[in-house]
Design a protein around this ligand. Sequence first.
Ligand SMILES: [Zn+2]
Length: 115
Amino acid sequence: MADVSSLVSEGQNSHIVVCTHCESRVLSPQSATLLKKSYPLPMPTQPKNQLSTLTEDLSEWWVVDDMFTFDNIGFSHSVGSTKYLVCADCERGPVGWHDNNTRKSYVALTRVKHA
Ligand SMILES: [Zn+2]
């Protein structure tokens, strides 16, 4: 597990969270809470002719309680009770997922940049 202590202050993000591709600002400092929990997220690129979605298990997330907390975020189509989060500007991702039931959003630390 990567050492994320430099990114966390009092359990929250100490840095600006931006898109790894276009540096669009996703979250302001101190707006999300760190959660360590293994959860699968689809790979950013999927091989052609793949019938099922390839995922990887990621273990560190910024939890955002209210989607209006985001500076910028895009949503993909719903898959069951889940929507995937993508960059609002370049639409790359997924950078995380949104639970339609709890209304909480989870941004993968490894899918974003900390500026
Ligand atoms: Zn982007």
